[in-house]
Design a protein around this ligand. Structure first.
Ligand code: SF4
Ligand code: FES
Length: 368
């Protein structure tokens, strides 16, 4: 299938170097079927990807995983991205981030660091991560701050940490973050598997929004980024800024995807950077053209005035909940499938528990 018109250039590349990770978060954005280490792209293959990305117009690469620090050749890979002229952000759990390693990475050209943390409460942070890790993250924050690199903190929000949002923001201030991304859990993959224990209540979200608004109004401390929770809004998020509109994800084995969660779509047939140049993948592959623009839309989206604003919502959510990625995102109140979201949201909090039964991200839990 060819694109109707030449797509605008992408601006970001999500480079998933490995799916190996010391943590086991129950909302991990990696797919249920994790890529095996033996099939990972080598450093010289990543160097080619970054060079092609820069030629295509990409200006920013998120060097991610899994945990990218587990790649012993991470410095070589970062240096290749830097050499290609791409701004690089290290996305890390912080486990294993020593001052020496960050010094080497800064020398290779890393431009900024995003550190994830699970909660401001140490015991709960460790429970959510599936292992003791909070103390390592606190140390990593000090290392990043001392290195003077731009420092973003990422916290996935859900039922089991939202009530501590004021403490989470205070932790970000204390740790010296420039920016805190408050990423309300998005329910595909592992998070969908854990939806009943992760889904927040409407009251929790309303209170959290007030906390964010109060901090913004006081305009002090780190910048707060609020990633929309869409189960209660009735309007979907403009996921990925539109399919094949802004960014490319390259999975550890070279699979190129319009979105990190899209590997779950069994009928997508995504191309691989080992077989095709990135420019062909972006402009001409079926996978990137499948839901680009608005011509693919049917149902309520086809006539909707918001179709150029939210692009019909999230294709992965439509696929995960209905089995058909071309349907209107069920998060939209106009979707004939909206009950799939509305009814589940109405149950939020009824599957309670001080010790939630998380299905942790482990290969053994991928099926079931
Ligand atoms: Fe967005 Fe489609 Fe819903 Fe309109 S009908 S608001 S375009 S998802
Ligand atoms: Fe894939 Fe929304 S997560 S399009």
């Amino acid at each position: 299938m060819a694109a109707m018109t030449e797509p605008a250039a992408p601006w970001a590349l999500l480079a998933e170097l490995t799916h190996a990770c010391p943590l086991h978060c129950p909302y991990c954005s990696n797919p249920l079927e994790l890529v095996r280490r033996g099939t990972e792209l080598a450093a010289d293959e990543w160097a080619r990807v970054f060079a092609e990305a820069a030629d295509l117009g990409i200006v920013q690469a998120h060097i991610s995983g899994g945990e990218p620090l587990l790649r012993p050749d991470l410095e070589e890979i970062v240096a290749a991205a830097h050499h290609a002229g791409v701004y690089t952000q290290l996305v890390t759990s912080g486990v294993g981030l020593t001052a020496d390693r960050l010094d080497a990475l800064a020398g290779a050209g890393i431009d900024s660091v995003q550190l994830s943390v699970q909660d401001a409460d140490q015991a709960n942070s460790d429970l959510i991560a599936g292992r003791a890790s909070y103390a390592a993250k606190e140390r990593a924050a000090g290392v990043i701050r001392d290195a003077g690199l731009p420092f973003g903190l990422n916290v996935v929000l859900h039922r089991h940490n939202l009530d501590r949002l004021p403490e989470i923001i205070a932790m970000g201030e204390r740790w010296g973050a420039d920016r805190i991304e408050l990423a309300n859990a998005q329910f595909y993959g592992w998070a969908l598997r854990n939806r009943d224990v992760l889904l927040p209540t409407r009251d929790q979200l309303e209170s959290a929004k007030e906390t964010v608004a109060a901090h913004r109004a006081a305009s002090r401390g780190p910048e707060l980024v609020w990633v929309l929770p869409d189960y209660y809004e009735g309007v979907p998020k403009p996921c990925m800024g539109g399919w094949g509109a802004r960014s490319i994800t390259v999975a550890p084995d070279g699979t190129a995807l319009p979105c990190p969660a899209a590997s779950a779509m069994t009928d997508l047939r995504p191309p691989n950077v080992r077989d095709h140049p990135l420019s062909w993948i972006w402009r001409s592959s079926d996978a990137f053209n499948a839901y680009r623009g608005t011509a693919w839309m049917s149902g309520p989206c086809g006539e909707c005035p918001r179709r150029e604003t939210d692009f019909g919502g999230c294709r992965c959510q439509a696929y995960a909940l209905t089995g058909d990625a071309s349907r209107t995102d069920p998060a939209c109140a106009l979707s004939p499938d909206h009950h799939l979201v509305r009814d589940r949201a109405a149950l939020a909090g009824t599957a309670d528990g001080a010790a939630p039964g998380f299905v942790y991200r482990r290969p053994a839990n991928a099926r079931g």
